[in-house]
Structure formats: structure tokens, C-alpha cells
Design a protein around this ligand. Structure first.
Ligand code: 5IU
Length: 362
């Protein structure tokens, strides 16, 4: 699409179902803001997500900087974030920057204590090890989804709670149903252990199926009427350009990222980049951009803001969205360090949205 095309029109042509969903959400919430929720405790993270949720369309996490992260698949931090995502209407982006060989990144994506794929709609990959990491993650997601759909189908067929067992688990089931102690607790068991189909479905509904909020208090007039829960598909962003000074991602590298994205259009939603990288007619990628701050309220802006002294460089939403043509700005400390993060998030939302509006009405 050209830089003039609106988000709602791009939602019609997007290749990835989750991108189409996100673009519709952006249009409905009038937001192209992602909060980088870099706080250090799980408690702060959940409080923040609940407060800022109405202003954002994406919540970016680094689960490994959060102390007290609860790995429980039903009631843990990931599951509770997924609940907040349903309540407020945003997608969760775990900024994991996978960067290992294919086999390893598959395990890191679906396994471990964190089981990122269960609660994060979006993850990203560092392409340094080569394109195989993208293929490997795509394969892991396809397998996970097949499994998910199978569970949903089975439970629908069964209909009512079934107390008998589900013990014909294939070898790879250990991927997704082992809790941290490997115990068969609350229906989540070790590979080969006995798990009821119903419990598994409940597990997915609570932890992974990001059902869209139906705010009962608002009924049909709810703010986001007209949009449903997101599709089951997970999405990937390729890290094509960085905001930090002196990074090693040159033009050639960025172009290789674009090629990898084109090879996996059904899984790659787009890029973490500093500019729009859509150049061919079939490119329907979305761009999220970190390194964004606004000058203090009332001060005039000229496109950039001083960096953080550790290599981070900042551009304003006007420059990133309006001139460079990216779609979503990712803001961390600009919002987190404000006296009132909630109203500061609104200031960023309106500024970034204005930049988008002026871009498409040029
Ligand atoms: N981040 C960057 N630059 C990048 C990439 C990721 O800053 O090029 I890729 C992350 C790091 C941090 C957030 O989690 O985005 C930016 O936070 P601040 O807005 O607080 O600088």
C-alpha cells in the first residue's frame, strides 16, 4: 500500500489475518500506539496494562525483565495479560528477539516455563542467524495452531464436560501441556499424562484465546462494537532496523529481512523498523517503531528528542509516522516516567494519530 492508504482500507487487503485484525482495531480505537511496558514487577505490569489499555493497540513486554512473573498457565501473568488484552482490546507483543538456530528458537517460542506462544499474539526475531529462524518459528506456530484447533474441535464435538481421559497425546504434546513442575495440576500434565479434554479447552480459553472484550456494562454500544476476538493465528515481526546509535543493520541486511518476510507472508506481519519497507504491490506489512518520544508538553517539536545516554535515539511520532511512514510507535520511558502515565499515553495516542491522519490526507 502507499503511505496514503488508510488503516481501514489496508485491513481489507492485509495478507496476515492478525494484521487485518490489528488494523481494524487501530481504526476503531483511533490509536497507533504501542506501550513498551518495561517495568520490573509483574504487579506493576498488570496494573499498567489495565490503566493504559484503552489508549493502546499493542502492549510490548519483556517477560524476562519482570520479577515475580507467574508461569501458571491458567492464573499466571501471561494468562492475566491475555485477559486484560480481551478487556481493553490490544495485542500482546513479547519483544523476545529470538536469535538462535531454528531448532532452539522453536523450543524457546513454545516451551520452557514461559510458553510465550500461549499468551503473546506477536513475537519478533533477530535475523542474524539467517532466514531459517523465520521458517522454524512459522513451523512451530503452525503446529501449535493445529493442536489448538484440534482441541477446540474435540471439545465442541464432546459438548459437555467430559471427565474421562485424553491420553492419546502425540509425542510433541509435551510442548504445550507441561507445567513448571511437570505435574498434572489443573488439567495440565506431563507428556503422556492424563488430561481431560474439557480442562484443556478451558486452559486455552483462559490463557490463550484472546477473546475480544464484550463490556457488559456498555452492551451493544460498547466502544469497540463491530470487532470480534482476534484470529487464532500468531504473528512475527522481523527486526529489520534498530533505533540505537551505530547498530549494524545496513541497507543490505534490511533488504534481506524484507525478502524473508515475503517468503512467509502468512506468518510475518511486518517489521520493527524505522521507516516503511513496503515497496512491491504485494507488500502489506505493518511497521512498529521504537525510539519514540515527544518533547515536554508545550515545547515545540523538530522531529527528534535527546537520546538516553545509552545509545537510544528518539524521534517524534510526527516524524516517524508522518515522514518515515511507519504505522505504530512504540513508547516506553516517554510514558512510564511521566507523573501520570495514563494521561501521558493519551497525549502520545492523540499525537501519533494526528500524524497518521495528516499523512493519509496529504
Ligand atoms: N527497542 C528499542 N529499539 C530498537 C528495538 C527495540 O528501543 O531498535 I528492535 C526496545 C527497547 C525498549 C523499547 O524495550 O523498545 C524502547 O523503550 P524506550 O521508549 O523507553 O526507549
Amino acid at each position: 500500500p502507499t503511505l496514503l492508504e488508510t488503516f481501514s482500507s489496508r485491513a481489507q487487503t492485509a495478507t496476515h489475518p492478525l494484521t487485518a485484525y490489528l488494523l481494524r482495531l487501530m481504526d476503531l480505537k483511533a490509536s497507533n500506539l504501542c506501550l513498551s511496558a518495561d517495568v520490573s514487577t509483574a504487579r506493576e505490569l498488570l496494573q499498567l496494562a489495565d490503566k493504559v489499555g484503552p489508549s493502546i493497540v499493542v502492549l510490548k513486554t519483556h517477560h524476562d525483565v519482570v520479577s515475580g512473573w507467574d508461569f501458571h498457565p491458567h492464573t499466571g501473568t501471561g494468562a492475566r495479560l491475555a485477559q486484560l488484552a480481551r478487556k481493553h482490546g490490544f495485542l500482546i507483543f513479547e519483544d523476545r528477539k529470538f536469535g538462535d538456530i531454528g531448532h532452539t528458537v522453536q523450543m524457546q517460542y513454545v516451551g520452557g516455563s514461559a510458553r510465550i506462544i500461549d499468551w503473546a499474539h506477536i513475537v519478533n526475531v533477530n535475523m542474524v542467524p539467517g532466514k531459517a529462524a523465520v521458517t522454524a518459528l512459522a513451523e512451530a506456530e503452525a503446529k501449535w495452531r493445529e493442536r489448538y484447533q484440534y482441541e477446540v474441535k474435540t471439545s465442541v464435538t464432546v459438548g459437555t464436560p467430559r471427565s474421562d481421559t485424553f491420553d492419546e497425546q502425540p509425542e510433541e504434546s509435551g510442548w504445550w501441556n507441561t507445567d513448571e513442575e511437570g505435574q498434572n495440576r489443573e488439567g495440565v500434565g506431563r507428556k503422556g499424562s492424563i488430561v481431560s479434554v474439557t480442562t484443556l479447552t478451558q486452559h486455552y480459553e483462559s490463557a490463550t484465546s484472546p477473546r475480544f472484550p464484550r463490556d457488559e456494562t456498555k452492551g451493544e454500544d460498547c466502544l469497540y462494537a463491530g470487532i470480534d476476538e482476534p484470529p487464532i493465528e500468531r504473528g512475527l515481526l522481523i527486526l529489520a532496523q534498530m533505533s540505537s546509535a551505530g547498530n549494524f543493520m545496513n541497507r543490505e541486511y534490511t533488504q534481506a529481512c524484507v525478502e524473508a518476510a515475503r517468503e512467509h507472508r502468512r506468518f510475518v506481519m511486518g517489521f520493527v523498523s524505522q521507516e516503511s519497507l513496503n515497496s512491491e504491490p504485494d507488500d502489506h506489512f505493518i511497521h512498529m517503531t521504537p525510539g519514540c518520544q515527544l518533547p515536554p508538553e508545550g515545547e515545540e517539536e523538530n522531529g527528534t528528542v535527546a537520546g538516553d545516554g545509552l545509545g537510544q535515539r528518539y524521534n517524534t511520532p510526527q516524524k516517524l509516522i508522518g515522514l518515515c511512514g511507519t504505522d505504530i510507535v512504540i513508547v516506553g520511558r516517554g510514558i512510564l516516567k511521566a507523573g501520570d502515565p495514563q494521561s501521558e499515553a493519551e497525549r502520545y495516542r492523540t499525537t501519533a494519530w494526528k500524524a497518521y491522519l495528516s499523512r493519509v490526507t496529504k
